[in-house]
Design a protein around this ligand. Structure first.
Ligand SMILES: [Zn+2]
Length: 144
C-alpha cells in the first residue's frame, strides 16, 4: 500500500495566497479590456494588483492623467465584472512596455497555452510549454 501525504498536499494548496492572487490578476487583466474603450486598452494595461489596488501602466503621462480622471467610472464597471476586489486604481507610465519597440513580432507571435487556453506569447510557450501565469502557479506549488 503506497503512502501519499494527501492532507499535506491539500494544506499546501490552500496556503497559497500567490496562487489566488495570480488568478485574480488574470481575471482583472481580461476584464480591463472589457471595461475600457479599445483605444484606452491600447494605451493601458494592468501590471500588478496588491492590497486591492490595481496598478495600470499607461503609454504616457497624458493617458495616466486622463484615466485618473475617469477612474471611478472605470472602477464601477470593473466591480461589476469582478466584485469586491479592486478598491482603487493607480496609473503610472512605469512598467509600460512599448508595443512599437516590441514590433510586429508581438502581433504574430501568440499561441494558446495548453493548460489555461489563454492567448500566450510564443516565447513563453517555447520556454515553459505553458504561459507565464501557469508556470508561476506550478512553481508556487512546488515551492511549498
Ligand atoms: Zn496558461
Amino acid at each position: 500500500m503506497s503512502f501519499k501525504p494527501l492532507p499535506k498536499i491539500i494544506q499546501s494548496l490552500e496556503a497559497q495566497p500567490e496562487w489566488e492572487s495570480i488568478r485574480v490578476y488574470r481575471r482583472l487583466l481580461e476584464s480591463w479590456e472589457e471595461v475600457v474603450e479599445p483605444v484606452v486598452a491600447q494605451h493601458s494595461r494592468p501590471v500588478s494588483f496588491s492590497r486591492q489596488i490595481l496598478w495600470i501602466a499607461t503609454a504616457n503621462s497624458v493617458w495616466a492623467q486622463t484615466l485618473t480622471f475617469k477612474r471611478y467610472q472605470i472602477l464601477q464597471r470593473l466591480n461589476v465584472l469582478v466584485p469586491d476586489t479592486v478598491k482603487d486604481l493607480r496609473f503610472s507610465t512605469l512598467n509600460w512596455v512599448n508595443r512599437e519597440q516590441q514590433g510586429e513580432r508581438k502581433v504574430s507571435c501568440y499561441g494558446i497555452c495548453p493548460r489555461c487556453h489563454c492567448k500566450t506569447p510564443v516565447a513563453e510557450l517555447e520556454r515553459w510549454s505553458v504561459c507565464a501565469l501557469c508556470i508561476a502557479e506550478e512553481w508556487s506549488q512546488t515551492s511549498q
